[in-house]
Design a protein around this ligand. Sequence first.
Ligand code: E4P
Length: 230
Amino acid sequence: MAIFIDSSDLDEIRKYHRMGILRGVTTNPTILVKDGIKKGLVGVEKRAKEIAGLIDPLPLSMEVTTNDPDEMIREAKIMASWAKNINVKITIHGPEGEIENLEVIHELEKRHDIRVNVTAMMNAQQCFLAALAGATYVSIFGGRVNDMGYNCLDQVRCLRKLLDAHGLGAKIIVGSTREALNVIEWLDAGAHIVTVTPSFISKILVHPYSKETVRQFLADAAIVKRSKDA
Ligand code: E4P
């Protein structure tokens, strides 16, 4: 595990999957809107199945569209039935701080054998509780944490230490990347996975000095070729 792509754009996912650098895909309702997914759950199902098929056996996270506990379980069961590599995203609590989500997470993992990615978390203590409830993945939004004036690195370090010390198997996903440095620094701090938007990959891959170096190699290669022809 290392890099997941945060996207529902099939062409983008295909492009980076072909390069062999992806270990999974994450989505959320905001990403689905941005990528133009329509027709309600029918449209979501179609795209989810396309992505899941494309990346199989790598994992795909799909997020439920409700915060009603019974509905969350119903939707999670539907989404998980679309493909064996789909796991379901549940937010750590509701929009008004409703805490029943933890029970939903526990029930999905333990009773229904559905992998859960607990999302929208901003600190280690939320992630620790989600891990105790049995979550397979715990997603902390590193960029949003930093946007609020805290350093996400401290949270990731502390969380990894706690998970390891208590024998909890949850994998830490850090999302919401903002700066090129984020991927390496968050992985180095103990994240199992960093999820990035497609455009972020060029940002961390392409280096001006590498470009200059390649330009020089190509120019000199042309000289060598010309001298061979002459
Ligand atoms: C992670 O799973 C989230 O989908 C995502 O990284 C959130 O990023 P944002 O804060 O840039 O919206």
